[in-house]
Design a binder for this molecule. Structure first.
Ligand code: PMP
Ligand code: GLU
Length: 398
């Protein structure tokens, strides 16, 4: 079709959203699908947060909110960053958006010109490289290894940076690998970044509360680079609020203002009721989030055990987020009972969907073609059923 823009051809539809759509369709058609594709907590939003929304409706929060977010919500983010991360920001540094995804999109559109280079360690979250491509930038993908727990080393970062590098983007804890950078590991990366003052740093911390080693570390804690760090976070994962669509960024005032400008043209600001509910979420204690993480911890143990029981699968035990990302490359080249040869993780994830009725996302979507991502943000009974089916499914491949 000739009437579509060139922009539309530059990027792919989100693979996570695509597989989850397919799972929904198959379920609607009566198939007993266990959906381990999309990453969203299966828990309900805690009651006190829902009550915050009900009050907002009753109190007529029905007008356009300020583009960058209600002052009380920006203050709540400032309070959260001090309380949880010992970071000092002001409300003027905070922009509230329609999900962390929009915070990232705003940032990319505000910073990236054609041919700018963006350093992204792989495996990366599915939308990073496509959003960069949408803006005309060049994703510079640096492949990390399972043996290195999928962590970027200072040397690899140094080699990837050129005079054209605009931004370094990463998530810790990471989606999809569950990699978590310790304070020392971050410091080692900071030593490299200190030498390259033209490089900005996007630190996606949306899985902050889903952390299996107890304490989060933000790269913004290092004063020498703090002004160049853009923290991305939101309420989707830590408070089971994916559908409310509230995310935020903390950045220097110039970047925050630039993102506000972009947002003024795209959405005029995030949903008013969801913003009010998020004020309640951020100002209350973390009991509900901790309970959810305790449940994710049990599920993580179960999924790690499951995959270590499948012959020749290699796995890094996640330190955060709610995914396992096994390396299944030992199964490439094997044949199914029906005579199909499994070429890659795309073939294998499709075979798992058709044969085991378990949906999952091929690693190619995250820049790591040897792996497949399975979300464990679903009930233990679903996971037990899925584990049984997965064991059987892998055993059919010869
Ligand atoms: N970053 C990462 C690493 C994610 O996994 C997600 C999940 N969708 C997002 C950002 C976006 O989150 P949100 O639901 O707030 O848009
Ligand atoms: N972050 C989730 C995932 O990776 C949600 C999907 C999305 O926003 O693309 O599955």
């Amino acid at each position: 079709m000739t009437y579509f823009s060139q922009l539309l051809n530059r990027f792919n539809e989100s693979a996570t959203i695509k597989v989850s759509k397919l799972s929904r369709e198959l379920k609607a058609a009566g198939k007993d699908i266990i959906d381990l594709s999309i990453g969203e907590p299966d828990f309900n939003t805690p009651n006190h947060i829902k009550e915050g929304a009900v009050k907002a409706i009753e109190n007529n929060f029905s007008k356009y909110p300020p583009v960058a977010g209600y002052p009380e919500l920006r203050e709540a983010v400032v309070h959260k960053l001090k309380r949880d991360n010992n970071l000092n920001y002001k409300a003027e540094n905070i922009v509230i958006s329609t999900g962390a995804k929009q915070s990232i999109a705003n940032l990319i559109l505000a910073l990236i010109d054609e041919k700018d280079e963006i350093v992204i360690p792989t495996p990366y979250w599915v939308s990073y490289s496509d959003l960069v491509k949408m803006a005309g930038g060049i994703p510079v993908l640096v492949r990390t290894k399972l043996e290195a727990q999928y962590k970027l080393t200072p040397n690899e970062l140094e080699k990837a940076i050129t005079p054209k590098t605009k931004l370094f983007m990463f998530s810790s804890p990471s989606n999809p690998s569950g990699t978590f950078y310790s304070q020392q590991e971050l410091q080692a990366l900071v030593q490299v970044l200190e030498k390259h003052p033209h490089v900005l740093i996007m630190s996606d911390e949306i899985y902050e509360y889903i952390n299996y080693i107890g304490k989060h570390e933000s790269i913004a804690q290092f004063e020498s680079i703090k002004d160049r760090v853009i923290i991305i976070n939101g309420v989707s994962k830590g408070y089971a609020m994916t559908g409310w669509r509230i995310g935020y960024m903390a950045a220097n005032v110039e970047i925050a203002k630039a993102c506000e400008k972009i947002q003024s043209q795209f959405t005029s600001g995030a949903n008013s009721i969801a913003q009010r509910a998020s004020i309640t979420a951020l100002n209350s204690d973390l009991t509900a989030s901790k309970e959810m993480t305790a449940e994710f911890t049990k599920r993580k143990h179960f999924m790690v055990k499951t995959f270590l029981n499948i012959p020749n699968v290699k796995l890094y035990e996640p330190e955060g987020a709610f995914y396992v990302f096994p390396d299944v490359s030992a199964y490439f080249g094997k044949t199914t009972k029906e005579g199909q040869t499994i070429q890659d993780s795309d073939d294998l994830s499709m075979y798992i969907l058709q044969n085991a009725l378990v949906s999952c996302v091929a690693g190619s979507a995250f820049g790591e073609p040897n792996c497949i991502r399975f979300s464990f943000a679903t009930s233990m009974s679903n996971l037990e059923k899925a584990a049984q089916r997965l064991l059987e499914c892998f055993s059919t491949l010869q």
